[in-house]
Structure formats: structure tokens, C-alpha cells
Design a protein around this ligand. Structure first.
Ligand code: HEM
Length: 532
């Protein structure tokens, strides 16, 4: 072979070898990246079963607009403990009472933290609230403050008069509207907002019509709460694929920052008013509401963890957002289920007539004598728990759960919506039958893992007693005070039961009803003289 030709084929061979090495190198890098992205699926860990994840997005492609439904369907294939990847994060889903118990009771100390999300950072004062705070000393102290200063039986008793006044105003408003179709949730939300604002902030701080002088209208406040609910439940890409976060492709972070500014303006106004009273009254100052208590605590040098002003805002905000959507949504679901089954309303009103009579309204001391109202609420929260996936929990350490390895940093969701439809636990799962709880000791206080609307363990809802009081009283009195009908052109089958996912999972189509008074007319006179 001539020398020149020899050299040429050497070059060819060299080039061929070189491209081969490039191909091999590229393949090796691809495999490595794929393995890294899918870690720990490829590791020696014994992970719960789950679908194979895609690079980059993991299993996010399997999650639809109602994530609890998507996860429920997946659990029918992969089982009650399921492993997925959301972007680059390992996620496990518990879909049965025994699995929920392992995370919320047996290993509660390991799973009581929260992942750091953009919502917690931008809408909740950089996690200086309680709901989004990881398991830190700030969070522990905040829960203690709540339990002693807001939710103790004594504190709840001292704010009862507010709930009574606002409930009477609510009933009076409904009476004035009797005969006309009403959008129920608007009235319930307004009442809950009035109750919680007066208890926490001292007064309402919003006006119900545009011409009154308040920094905020009711409409704007409701809009802010809706936006909070949406932004705190969205699948924000930057949370799951952190390197994409800076692009904010969905625009959620921008909205979070804007919302936070609106809430902050409200708190600044509220706090300035409270500080002014504190200054005026000096030694004679006595705390009248939760903000007073928190601002006083912020001055306390002996507090274990210093409470700065952002933390006071975070703690204040959790009470407002924690109380409003959850209770309003539950009452709306309850009435939607009841109105489809008039015999249940009849049963409830028979009990009310027997226990309360027609000459007074239901009070908080009557609750123990009205078991059917409680059965209705339990059955509502079985089928329509507001927090369908609870809030996300985070593994602080590696842990073995039901023979599977759950690695540190795994995010845990408990699918309470799925548990409420578990046919191993419940008969006739899709039917709304409050009587199913007759003679059963299952309650909603975190001891029975088949019914977890308020969760259980260290992260259990601290406001559940207040939530129950507000719901029992409003629902009971709504049934006591009125006959419930559908607008003329509607039949029971027209009531759609579709959902919209959010911090609380709400009805897609608001319930519209027509009310007719059941009690003598003098009963509806509101003591505070509120008109609509
Ligand atoms: C129907 C009424 C309510 C329901 C169904 C409900 C449900 C829940 C759920 C599921 C959680 C998350 C638990 C977890 O992560 O495991 C939670 C947490 C929380 N709830 Fe409620 N809630 C209700 C009413 C209230 C009320 C009335 C308040 C306050 C006034 C409140 C304040 C909070 C707070 C501050 C947290 C955060 C607790 C923490 O992360 O440590 N909730 N709630």
C-alpha cells in the first residue's frame, strides 16, 4: 500500500475511533445523567412500587388538574404506599389508614417537617408562619403560642360572643333574602371572615360596600384569599425542578410576590392601629385580641425564639387563611349533599326541633345533644376533606416504613380523599350516608386514621376545635332556621359535584339555593341591626 494511502486510512481509522469514543462517552454521560436523575430508583434501596419516572420531570406528566384523583388512580395499580418522582424530588403517597398511621403516628417525629416551597417563601414571610415552617424551634414555639393563646378552651369560650353575634347577623341576612336564589358560599365566607377577623385582628378591617372608609373591601379580601388558596396549591415548576426556578415560567412567583404585598399592607395597617392603642394605654393596656397578644410577645426578651414582626405577621395570617376556606368549603359541600337528599334535612330538623324548639337558636352548649349534625359533618369530611392531600410532610432522616426505604428529603402526601373512598374501610363508598357513623367511635380528632380531615400527630391542624365550633353552629342554625330548596328550574340531578383543586378543594360550581324561614319571624331580628 502506498505510504500516502496508508496514512489516509490511518487517519480514517483514527477519526473512526475518535467518533466511536465520542459516541461511547456521550452514551456513558447520558446513562449517568439518567441514573442520577432517577436516583434512587436505580439504587439498592428497597423503594415502594411506582411508575417509572422520566428524566427531568419525573412523574409530573401523570398528575392532572385534580392531583388527588390522579394519585388515587395510580394507587389502584401501585398500591397503598407508592413511590414517584416530582421533578428531581422523591415523593411517596400514602393512600390507606394503616400507611397514614405509619407517617403521622409511628414515625411522626421523622416526617413532621415541610419542604421549602416558593409559596412558603413569598406568601408566608419566608416560612416564618406555622403552616409552611419546617420543623424548627420557631414552629414549635408558634404551635405552643396558638394552643395557649388562641385555641385553649378558655380562649375559645372568651370569643364565643363574637361567633354568636356574627351567626345571628348571618341568619338575619339569609332571612332578608328568603325566596330569592342565593350563592351560599358568599354568605358563609363573609360570616367566617367576620368571626375570624374580629377574634384575631380585633375588628373587621374590611367594608362591605365600596363607599365605606376601610382600606379593603370584602370583595378584595375574598379575592386575596382565593388567590392565596390557588397559589399555595399550584404545581410550581421551580419547586420541583429547582434550576428552572429563576425563569418562573408559569408566572406564579410573580403573583405570589404581588399577593404578599397586598396582605402586608393590611397587616401594617392593623398593627399600627394596635401599637397606637398600646402606646396610649401604657400600663393600663390589656390584650383584647390575638394581634395584641402576639405584639406583646414580640416585645418579650425571655421568649425562647425571638418573635420578629414578620413572624407575628406569619402567625396572624395562618389563622385567617387556615380558618376561612376550609370551613366555608365544608359547609358548602355539606349543604350540597343534603339538598340532594331531603330526607336527611328532615331528620336533622326533627332533631333540632326536639332539642332546641322553635323559639331559640342553637348554641355551642347544645352541640353534645345534636349528634346528627356531627354525623353530617363527619360524612361530609369523609367524601370532601378540604385538604385532600393534607399539607406536604418532609422526611428529616432515612426511615424504614412498612419494609420500604424512605430516604431523607422525601416528600410525603397522605391522600385523605382516597382514604375516604377505600372500600376496605367503607361500604358503599360513593353514597352520602351520615348514618354510617351511628354507633361508631370514629371521630375527626386525629385518633382514627380512616378519617383525617384535620390530620394527626405533630402537624395536626391546631385550629380543629374552632373549625368544628364554627361549622356546627353555622350548619346547625342554617338547617334550624330555613327550609332549603333549589331554584325553580333546577332538579337534584342538576347539582354537579365536580371539584377544583386548591389549598381547600372546593366545588367547581357554587351551590345556589332558595331559603324559606322555618321559625317565627321575630327570631330573625339581628341584635346588631346589620342589613345587607
Ligand atoms: C374545616 C376546618 C379545617 C380543616 C379541615 C383543616 C385542615 C387542616 C389540615 C389538613 C392541615 C395540615 C395538616 C398536616 O400537614 O398534616 C391543617 C393545618 C393547619 N391548620 Fe387547619 N383546618 C381547618 C380549620 C382551621 C382553623 C379554623 C384554623 C385556625 C383558625 C386552622 C389553622 C391551621 C394551621 C395554623 C395549620 C398548620 C399546622 C402546622 O403546620 O403545624 N385550621 N389544617
Amino acid at each position: 500500500m502506498p505510504k500516502a494511502q496508508n496514512t489516509l486510512s490511518n487517519i480514517h481509522l483514527h477519526l473512526h475511533m475518535e467518533s466511536l469514543s465520542w459516541i461511547l462517552l456521550a452514551t456513558a454521560i447520558f446513562v449517568l445523567i439518567f441514573k442520577l436523575l432517577n436516583y434512587p430508583h436505580g439504587s439498592t434501596k428497597n423503594l415502594p412500587p411506582g411508575p417509572r419516572p422520566w428524566p427531568l420531570i419525573g412523574n409530573l406528566n401523570l398528575i392532572g388538574p385534580l392531583p388527588h384523583h390522579s394519585l388515587h388512580n395510580l394507587s389502584q395499580t401501585y398500591g397503598k404506599l407508592m413511590y414517584l418522582k416530582f421533578g428531581s424530588f422523591p415523593v411517596v403517597i400514602a393512600s390507606s389508614p394503616d400507611m397514614a398511621k405509619l407517617f403521622l403516628k409511628t414515625h411522626d417525629h421523622i416526617f413532621a417537617s415541610r419542604p421549602l416551597t416558593a409559596a412558603g417563601k413569598y406568601t408566608s414571610y419566608n416560612y416564618q408562619d406555622i403552616l409552611f415552617a419546617p420543623s424548627t424551634d420557631h414552629w414549635k414555639q408558634g404551635r405552643k403560642i396558638y394552643l395557649n393563646e388562641v385555641f385553649s378552651p378558655k380562649r375559645l369560650d372568651s370569643s364565643e360572643y363574637i361567633r354568636v353575634q356574627e351567626t345571628h347577623d348571618f341568619l338575619s341576612c339569609l332571612h332578608a333574602l328568603s325566596g330569592d336564589p342565593i350563592i351560599l358560599k358568599e354568605h358563609v365566607l363573609r360570616t367566617i371572615l367576620c368571626q375570624i377577623s374580629r377574634t384575631v385582628l380585633g375588628r373587621k378591617y374590611f367594608s362591605e360596600s365600596k363607599d365605606k372608609k376601610e382600606s379593603l373591601t370584602l370583595e378584595e379580601f375574598q379575592e386575596m384569599l382565593d388567590e392565596f388558596s390557588v397559589l399555595n396549591a399550584v404545581f410550581n415548576l421551580g419547586d420541583w425542578i429547582p434550576w428552572m426556578g429563576f425563569m418562573d415560567l408559569q408566572g406564579y412567583v410573580k403573583r405570589m410576590k404581588a399577593l404578599s404585598k397586598r396582605f402586608d399592607r393590611l397587616y401594617e395597617h392593623v398593627f399600627n392601629e394596635h401599637r397606637a392603642r398600646m402606646k396610649d394605654e401604657k400600663e393600663g393596656f390589656v390584650a383584647r385580641d390575638v394581634v395584641d397578644v402576639l405584639l406583646k410577645l414580640a416585645e418579650d426578651p425571655n421568649l425562647e425564639v425571638k418573635l420578629n414582626i414578620d413572624a407575628v405577621k406569619g402567625l396572624t395570617q395562618d389563622l385567617i387563611v387556615g380558618a376561612t376556606d376550609t370551613t366555608t368549603t365544608t359547609i358548602e359541600w355539606a349543604m350540597s349533599e343534603l339538598i340532594k337528599q331531603p330526607h336527611l334535612i328532615k331528620k336533622a330538623t326533627e332533631e333540632l326541633d326536639r332539642v332546641i324548639g322553635k323559639e331559640r337558636w342553637l348554641q355551642e352548649t347544645d352541640f353534645t345533644n345534636l349528634p346528627f349534625i356531627d354525623l353530617i359533618l363527619k360524612e361530609t369530611m369523609r367524601l370532601h376533606p378540604p385538604g385532600v392531600l393534607l399539607a406536604p410532610h418532609l422526611a428529616l432522616e432515612d426511615c424504614k416504613v412498612d419494609r420500604y426505604d424512605i430516604v431523607k428529603g422525601t416528600i410525603v402526601f397522605v391522600n385523605t380523599w382516597s382514604i375516604g373512598r377505600d372500600s376496605v374501610v367503607w361500604d358503599d363508598v360513593d353514597s352520602f350516608r351520615p348514618e354510617r357513623f351511628l354507633g361508631s367511635d370514629i371521630d375527626v380528632k386525629g385518633q382514627h386514621f380512616e378519617l383525617l380531615p384535620f390530620s394527626s400527630g405533630r402537624r395536626m391542624c391546631p385550629g380543629y376545635r374552632l373549625g368544628l365550633k364554627m361549622m356546627r353552629s353555622l350548619l346547625g342554625n342554617m338547617l334550624h332556621g330555613f327550609n332549603w330548596k333549589l331554584p325553580e328550574n333546577m332538579r337534584c340531578d342538576d347539582i354537579k359535584m365536580e371539584e377544583v383543586y386548591g389549598l381547600s378543594t372546593k366545588r367547581k360550581f357554587p351551590l345556589v339555593a332558595v331559603l324559606e324561614p322555618r321559625l317565627p319571624s321575630h327570631m330573625y331580628h339581628s341584635p346588631s341591626g346589620t342589613t345587607i
